[in-house]
Design a protein around this ligand. Structure first.
Ligand code: KIV
Length: 288
């Protein structure tokens, strides 16, 4: 029987797992690539502030996206369209500061890369240099090929995002993408285009499960599904949605793992009632 060296013994594949692994250094895009080779599934959550990000980091979430969904769920906008690069830089920097292990992916907001590769490079450079993210994400398949290619050539890892792309809400709405033969072929072309341009992973948002499974089989880079069925390599949810904090009607693909909105509301009411009723602060909360 072959003897394992000491180095091999301490780095078997369960030690290196993205979720549940023992490593404490920051996850890199190389680790993500290796996870696909191992057939390992992994979770990704969005985060927009240092405190929440630190909770997710301690829970072992290996990849966090500072999504421009911050526009809807964190900054009070109706869509992601108004979010600025300054806002994304500030939020991304907070998430980087709150974490030590997760790979942090910063979203390029609408208007910060559509002009072309050079504008994309300028914007992505800000997220890398000022916020300290390890990778950026941008929307679009074939149409974003040039942007992805220049960023990757410049040393900036890119996560692509195809299917439903919320920054295009004014032209595409919030509808399932890739239904019907022609749309499915376009989605496959988009997926191959971003892989060909050098993206290290691709988000598939709101596409039929069978099509997402086919894209996952065809690509050698990992697919990250949201509303894309169970066969993608990774799954992402908006952090506040899965915590039950967002409020309002949730899309069908969201699973709520907690009801933080109820917990926080009850705590706020209990505090208010204590203050109004004179039962807070008590002697133990006072200084003399
Ligand atoms: O901005 C975001 O949160 C996203 C995810 C839903 C993938 O793009």
């Amino acid at each position: 029987m072959t003897q394992l060296s000491a180095a091999q013994k301490t780095t078997d594949s369960s030690d290196r797992a993205l979720y549940g692994g023992k490593g404490t250094r920051r996850i890199t895009v190389r680790d993500i690539t290796v996870a696909k080779e191992r057939g390992e599934k992994w979770p990704m959550l969005t985060a927009y502030d240092a405190m929440t990000a630190s909770v997710f980091d301690e829970a072992g979430i290996p990849v966090m996206l500072v999504g421009d969904s911050a526009g809807n769920v964190h900054l009070g906008y109706e869509t992601t369209v108004p979010v600025t690069l300054d806002e994304m830089t500030m939020l991304s920097a907070a998430v980087v500061r709150g974490t030590s292990r997760a790979l942090i992916v910063g979203d390029l907001p609408f208007g910060s890369y559509q002009e072309g590769p050079v504008q994309a490079l300028r914007s992505a450079t800000r997220l890398v240099k000022e916020a300290g993210v390890g990778a950026v994400k941008l929307e679009g398949g074939e149409r974003s090929h040039g942007q992805i290619e220049l960023l990757v050539q410049s040393g900036i890892p890119v996560m692509a995002h195809i299917g439903l792309t919320p920054q295009s809400v004014n032209s595409m709405g919030y509808r399932v993408q890739g239904r019907g033969e022609e749309a499915a072929q376009q989605l496959l072309r988009d997926a191959k285009a971003v892989q060909d341009a050098g993206a290290f992973a691709v988000v598939l948002e709101l596409v039929p499960a069978e099509l997402a499974a086919e894209v996952t089989r065809v690509l050698h880079i990992p697919t990250v599904g949201i509303g894309a069925g169970a066969e993608t390599d990774a799954q992402v949810l908006v952090g506040t949605d899965m915590l039950g904090l967002t409020g309002g009607k949730m899309p069908r693909f969201v699973k709520q793992y907690a009801d933080l909105r109820q917990v926080m509301g009850s705590a706020a009411k209990a505090f208010a009632e204590d203050v109004v009723g004179g039962t807070f602060p008590l002697e133990e909360h006072s200084v003399h």
